[in-house]
Design a protein around this ligand. Structure first.
Ligand SMILES: [Zn+2]
Length: 409
């Protein structure tokens, strides 16, 4: 690998010093501050750090942290991989990730959907993985359409190889200006944001997994890879049972995407799949924590589509704690709670907590789901008899619960 120019070397070293200081003073995990310092000193730093590496960028509304982790695990089969494992998914986080592992010939970067065009331009990444686009807490349908349009512009005219989920019409539209696309039928649980054609606004007809616009030629492309229940069918027609340790359909979809990305790096399923199976939890998600004879599995859910995925993973025979906050990273507006169908929780012991527990309580009441309102997570936890339980929390609520258990997870 070629040496970084002197200024970039200096910026990178100072950035790492800032990151170390941030960690030892307990101000954070250092993955953002280091990158910010580096970028101020050398605005071109990300570009220079990306040079001479083969990079994959991973973007979506849901599942990008997990998929980044799965791809990283697969690519270690080829060599060292630099990655932003803690979800610091904007340019400062990317600088930190690449600075921390300068010798790695490979990089896998989780990228915030809105930053994808900028990061793609800057890094010239050769592979981009696009999974799903749906409303986040604050966004509305028009905003995600604009986002997909920006993806189209960013991908147009570049040699980037895109791996995209063709079961999501908006992702398909966003990816289809790329020079080379590998389509993965990864499934789509949340369809509420894709009833109309992104190309012409006409109605989308759905028949089984297939979809097509009634008024123009836009339709679902023929997939190269297919997620088929618990297995993946590769482009040669071979069927591979995934058998991941991460639970649920959404993670099998993430696994299918990861296998297609690995193959874009020249890594065959046979070598990649065992590495995917080694991943057991991602930044605390899906981890089981134990206390006082209770074993709680932690599920993170940041938006309506995420709640459906969490319900899918959750064991319907167990008690469940739901915790909702509305701090900055969660979005202050909790009106999205009305987009989620909570009726699936009927018949389970449900405990409601978090700063916005009253918003959630009202929502559950309207859905005829009985629940117990609790002042704190600990109160809810202690109200449940010893044994197994599930916890679904949104972003800052999840982090609070993790720190209660010492972040050992
Ligand atoms: Zn159309």
């Amino acid at each position: 690998m070629t040496q970084l120019p002197l200024r970039a070397q200096l910026a990178s070293v100072l950035g790492r010093t800032a990151a170390t200081l941030s960690r030892v003073t307990g101000r954070g995990d250092g993955s953002v501050i280091g990158g910010r310092v580096g970028l101020v000193l050398e605005p071109d730093l990300l570009k220079q750090l990306a040079r001479d590496r083969k990079l994959a960028l991973v973007s979506a509304t849901n599942g990008k942290t997990t998929t980044t982790r799965l791809i990283t695990s697969a690519l270690t089969e080829l060599g060292e991989v630099a990655t932003n494992a803690f979800g610091a998914n904007m340019p400062a986080g990317h600088v930190s990730a690449l600075s921390a592992n300068k010798a790695a010939p490979y990089g896998v970067l989780e990228v915030d959907e809105k930053y994808l065009p900028e990061v793609l331009d800057t890094t010239g990444a050769s592979v981009v993985c696009l999974m799903n686009l749906s409303r986040d807490q604050m966004d509305r349908a028009a905003e995600i359409w604009l986002l997909a349009q920006k993806w189209r512009r960013a991908l147009s005219g570049k040699p980037t190889h895109v791996i995209a989920n063709c079961d999501d019409p908006l992702v398909t539209w966003g990816a289809s200006t790329a020079a080379k696309v590998t389509w993965v039928a990864g499934g789509q649980r949340w369809k509420e944001d894709s009833w109309s054609c992104p190309e012409c606004g006409g109605p989308l007809d759905r028949k089984g997994v297939d979809w097509a616009c009634r008024e123009c030629t836009f339709h679902r492309p023929e997939p190269h890879w297919v997620l088929d229940d618990d297995a993946v069918i590769d482009p040669r027609g071979d069927r591979w049972v995934l058998d991941l340790q991460l639970p649920g359909l959404a993670n099998r979809s993430n696994g299918a995407m990861a296998l297609a990305v690995a193959e874009a790096f020249g890594l065959h399923v046979q070598s990649a799949l065992p590495r995917l199976r080694e991943v057991t939890s991602v930044a605390g998600r899906y981890t089981t924590v134990q206390r006082d004879g209770r074993a709680a599995r932690l599920l993170l859910s940041k938006n309506p589509a995420g709640w459906l995925e969490a319900f899918d993973v959750s064991d319907s025979s167990l008690p469940i704690i739901l915790s909702v906050n509305a701090q900055g990273p969660d979005g202050r507006d909790t009106s999205w709670l009305w987009d989620v169908d909570y009726r699936i929780l009927r018949g389970r012991p449900v405990y409601v907590t978090g700063e916005r527990r009253l918003d959630l309580a009202l929502r559950l009441d309207v859905a005829d789901v009985p629940f117990q309102l609790c002042e704190s997570f600990t109160e809810a936890f202690n109200a449940i008899p010893p044994g197994r339980l599930d916890v679904i929390a949104n972003y800052t609520a999840f982090q609070q619960i993790r720190s209660e258990f010492g972040r050992a997870v």
